[in-house]
Ligand binder design. Structure first.
Ligand code: SAM
Length: 277
């Protein structure tokens, strides 16, 4: 019982979780992949020693990255997830009856295989008939698909290695082009405490391409700093003007109509980064 998984969350801060059992470890063509059974957070998926998701707190991230956008668009029929190989975003998307097809474009098929085997609670919707899984680079996929999706979710790793391009201006321009005329996208955009430069730069880029740009927040205990940011770019619909109470209730544990509204209320130190109107 003295085995620990440690993530170096910044150059000067670590998060350690006591491990009951190492369930899986491998080197994929893209990254080091591991699944641990931890005492505090249950099963934990790590890529290159960075926590991606845990059974205990995954619902916060997956509900927020999916439902804020899906409830902003009045009729999302075709939805794309880039990254997200654990399947959590797909599980949430599938809760919306308007969705006819959910496409997952993940670069590393081993992440999907590990999630299917060790994280069934998260990957459970990957075999839904409305889901299509494509193993490819999401950057290439959005470049090659125009006017194809009502919503795009960028559920990526941190901006290093294969995910670096998922935080670039040219990628957001391709996302714009891959969306239908009233489409919108949501991306995970890191920690307001430790990645202020990324949040400010991404927001500036998104605002220069999309008529509507919004930042929203949620609390994910295993991510650096706990507080996590998401950026939305929308061609037509404003997430702050949605009458969320009037929408069908979703089976969720973090997302709710009140949370939908509250998530856009930014503490001044975060508002300052984006100067959101
Ligand atoms: N919730 C997570 C987080 O914020 O830590 C992200 C989880 S999900 C497992 C991230 C996935 O993005 C990884 O499986 C990784 O392989 C995938 N990924 C990274 N770059 C990609 C790219 N260019 N195209 C498609 N998938 C990519």
């Amino acid at each position: 019982m003295n085995c620990w998984f440690t993530e170096l969350q910044t150059d000067h801060m670590k998060l350690s979780c006591r491990v009951k059992r190492v369930l899986h470890e491998e080197k994929t063509p893209f990254q080091h992949l591991a699944v641990y059974d931890t005492v505090q957070f249950g099963r934990l998926l790590a890529l290159d020693d960075v926590i991606q998701t845990t059974i205990k707190d995954e619902f916060v991230y997956h509900e927020m990255i999916a439902h804020v956008g899906l409830n902003t668009h009045p009729n999302p029929r075709r939805v794309l997830v880039i990254g997200g190989g654990d399947g959590g975003s797909i599980r949430e998307i599938i809760k919306h009856s308007s969705v006819e097809q959910a496409v997952l474009v993940e670069i590393d098929e081993r992440v999907i295989a590990a999630a299917r085997e060790y994280l069934p609670e998260i990957s459970c919707a990957l075999d839904d008939p409305r889901v299509r899984v494509i193993i490819d680079d999401g950057i290439k996929h959005v470049r090659e698909n125009r006017n194809a999706y009502d919503m795009i979710i960028v559920d990526s790793t941190d901006p290093v290695g294969p995910a670096e391009g998922l935080f670039s201006r040219s990628f957001y321009q391709d996302v714009y082009n891959a969306l239908t005329e009233d489409g919108l996208f949501v991306a995970q955009t890191e920690s307001p405490f430790f990645n202020q430069d990324i949040i400010a730069r991404v927001f500036r880029d998104v605002r220069s391409i999309f008529p509507i740009a919004r930042l929203f927040l949620a609390c994910v205990p295993t991510y650096p700093g706990g507080l996590w940011s998401f950026t939305m770019g929308s061609k037509k619909f404003d997430p702050r003007q949605v009458k969320v109470e009037e929408l069908p209730a979703l089976n969720t544990r973090y997302y709710s109509p009140a949370i939908h509204r509250a998530a856009f209320e930014l503490p001044p130190f975060v508002a300052e980064l984006v100067k959101q109107d």
